[in-house]
Ligand binder design. Structure first.
Ligand code: ADP
Length: 651
């Protein structure tokens, strides 16, 4: 059995692996970058080693530094988690070369699945069904275009060495092909240092169903049910569940067996996931095999009662699989929701900053949270902005879903924007409740999921003012105890907020035992109850959380969570300086400048492409005009809010 395990990762997955290692009596070593000196995974580990500056290319992705850390601490094995070096065959080779156990499959298996194109060839030989497409070596633009025409639009461009939805573009007609190819190649090059592309027929309305497989070193192979990960944004999973709803036993078994065949075709060992697209007529097609633990593995753990990290560590130690196929029992239903620091209303842009408030639902046998951060920690621009995974179990899908909604209601985060409301809108959506799933779920129900909350903003601003008032009354007992103050003229309380850089005041005027915000006739009251406010508005009452930070106030009810900006003169100045042109939505790097000084551009025309957190963002012209100045060149770093391009005033 392993003695000491180094975890070549950070965040929730590093913490999750350490928990199991500890239960198994294995000592743990964390590695960390300059940005993570105080991170939870470092605190949880028995030992830790600093491996370099914040950018992952200088720390978590540097093979030599990780190997040196393992040697310095006497670790005998390395668990790569997911992302980073988890599917990097050179890393697995380096481990082998230095006598370290790589907790993952043998090197040739990683190599075989490392390229999506090569994987397809192997799967085709193993009689695993494939999506029609092109996965050849010839990467010439004309060849690719001709192949796309042959497949027929819409076509999906995919980075052969890609993952996480990066380097992927849907091309609806041939006119879009060149631009989409270039952009996908750039993103793939930046994220995976390889811009090889493959083409697939873009299926209309499929589900993403994946099979968890496990193999040991003794030739045993099993599948542990499947997961439905259809709900995706930008081809990235948002809510996953197990087992996949409304699949016949016949299809389930056929997919499971095809997945085991796929694993055996490459002499697999350890945990792997075979991803399929499932068509509306129950036909399934191999997409790719991930040769590592998946982010969403906990849903499988909750319905099988197994600890998959424990299985990984047992297999890596040369033990046989704990269970045979017929011993694997499924029980109930599980969901995972990924809580991200991001802004769903603005194309899911990551939102970085301090987690001034982070309160999570109560844990129980049926509610699990895997997280790598606590209140006060920072969501940095260097890594994936995931805050936590919320995983719930129920004896059936309906029960599990109810538990998911309740737990989402209990998630309270301030300091960064989050997708919690968005997740709740999905969970509450009638089609989701009826398990009418497809990878285009979010796109199809956009209208419902991105509910416009601007109509609510006034009432939430009133609640924010009420909350401040209650707090100031509590801290100014003297003022409060002197009712004489209110004798002649009604007391007033004003809170100044801003919207789109413009200040506006919320003024409450005393009215009986409550307050009014004129000219509205409604009477509001608020009282502090335990950890939240009970708000009364005329005859109704409900609960609200009001989370105040330096620059903003977040008001959360069961209906919505709205973040209001306090008015701040300094901020306004910055805003004025920034609105003269197109500004960077976040810290990042300029990867392409698409226009030149003096160019005439149309409204919405792409001007510049920047990359942040390995995703590309296109900066478009806010109005038609002439390019007056371009402030950055390709390759330069830009900070959040920096002006990128200046256009002449709109005509
Ligand atoms: P990645 O490795 O980047 O996650 P995948 O190949 O696993 O990429 O695909 C991610 C998602 O993209 C799938 O779950 C699915 O929603 C969508 N997708 C992939 N291939 C196709 C296709 N041929 N047709 C329609 N959707 C697809």
């Amino acid at each position: 059995m392993l003695q000491k395990l180094l975890i070549a990762n950070r965040g929730e997955i590093a913490c999750r692996i350490m928990r199991t290692a500890r239960q198994m009596g294995i000592r743990t070593v964390a590695v960390y970058s300059a940005a993570d000196a105080n991170a939870q995974h470092v605190k949880l580990a028995d030992e830790s080693v600093y491996i370099g500056p914040a950018p992952s290319s200088e720390s978590y992705l540097v093979i030599d530094k990780i190997i040196a850390a393992a040697q310095a601490t006497g670790a005998d094995a390395i668990h790569p988690g997911y992302g980073f070096l988890s599917e990097n065959e050179r890393f697995a080779e380096a481990c082998a070369k230095h006598g370290l156990i790589f907790v993952g499959p043998p090197i040739p298996a990683i190599a075989a699945m490392g390229s999506k194109s090569a994987a397809k060839a192997i799967m085709s030989d193993a009689e695993v069904p494939l999506v029609p497409g092109y996965h050849g070596d010839d990467q010439d633009l004309d060849t690719l275009r001709a192949e796309a025409e042959k497949i027929g639009f819409p076509v999906l461009l995919k980075a052969a060495y890609g993952g996480g939805g990066k380097g992927m573009r849907v091309v609806n007609h041939s006119g879009e092909f060149t631009e989409a190819l270039q952009s996908a190649k750039r993103e793939a090059q930046a994220a995976f240092s390889n811009d090889k592309m493959l083409l697939e027929k873009y299926l209309g309305n499929p589900r993403h169903v994946e099979i968890q497989v496990f193999c040991d070193q003794h030739g045993n192979a099993v599948y542990l049910s499947e997961r439905d990960c259809s709900v995706q944004r930008r081809h990235q999973k948002v809510i996953e569940e197990a087992p996949a709803p409304s699949i016949s036993e016949f299809t389930r078994k056929a997919m499971g067996e095809a997945a085991v065949r796929a694993a055996q075709a490459i002499n697999y060992e350890g945990a792997g996931t075979v991803e399929f697209l499932l068509d509306t007529n129950s036909k399934f097609y191999f997409m790719e095999m991930n040769t590592r633990l998946q982010v969403e593995h906990p849903v499988t753990e909750l319905i099988t009662g197994q600890d998959l990290v424990q299985w990984q560590l047992l297999v890596a130690s040369g033990e046989p699989l704990p269970l045979a196929q017929e011993q694997i029992q499924l029980n109930g239903h599980a969901f995972e929701a990924r809580i991200y620091a991001e802004d769903p209303a603005h194309e899911f842009l990551p939102s970085t900053g301090p987690l001034t408030v982070l309160r999570t639902p109560e844990l129980s046998a049926h509610v699990r949270i895997d997280s790598g951060v606590i209140e006060g920690d920072e969501v940095s621009a260097y890594y994936d902005p995931m805050i936590a995974k919320l995983i719930v179990w129920g004896s059936n899908r309906t029960g599990a879903l109810r538990r998911l909604v309740t737990a989402l209601n209990d998630f309270r985060v301030a300091g960064v924007r989050t997708n919690v409301d968005f997740l709740r809108s999905i969970a509450n959506h009638p089609q989701f409740q009826r398990a009418e799933l497809s990878t285009r779920f979010i796109e199809r129900h956009e209208q419902d999921l991105f509910a416009d909350t601007s109509a609510l903003e006034d009432d939430y601003a009133t609640m924010a003012a009420l909350a401040e008032l209650v707090q100031s009354q509590q801290s100014q007992q003297a003022w409060f105890a002197n009712p004489g103050l209110q004798l002649n003229q009604p007391a007033q309380f004003t809170l100044t907020l801003q919207h789109d850089g413009q200040p506006y005041s919320v003024t409450l005027t005393a009215h009986g035992d409550g307050w009014q915000r004129l000219p509205d006739q409604r009477v509001w009251r608020a009282s502090w109850q335990h950890d939240r406010f009970r708000i009364h508005c005329n005859e109704r009452s409900f609960f609200a959380h009001v989370l105040a930070a330096a620059g903003d106030i977040t008001v959360m009810t069961e209906v919505a969570s709205i973040r209001l900006q306090r008015y701040d003169v300094l901020l306004e100045l910055q805003h004025e300086q920034a609105t003269g042109g197109m500004v960077a939505p976040m810290n990042g790097t300029v990867v392409a400048v698409l226009v030149a000084n003096g160019d005439e551009v149309a409204e919405g025309q792409p001007l510049l492409v920047m990359e942040a957190m390995k995703m590309e963002y296109t900066i478009r012209a806010s109005h038609a005009g002439t390019v007056e100045q371009i402030f950055y060149e390709s390759g330069e770093l830009v900070s959040d809010g920096a002006e990128l391009v200046r256009l002449s005033a709109s005509a």
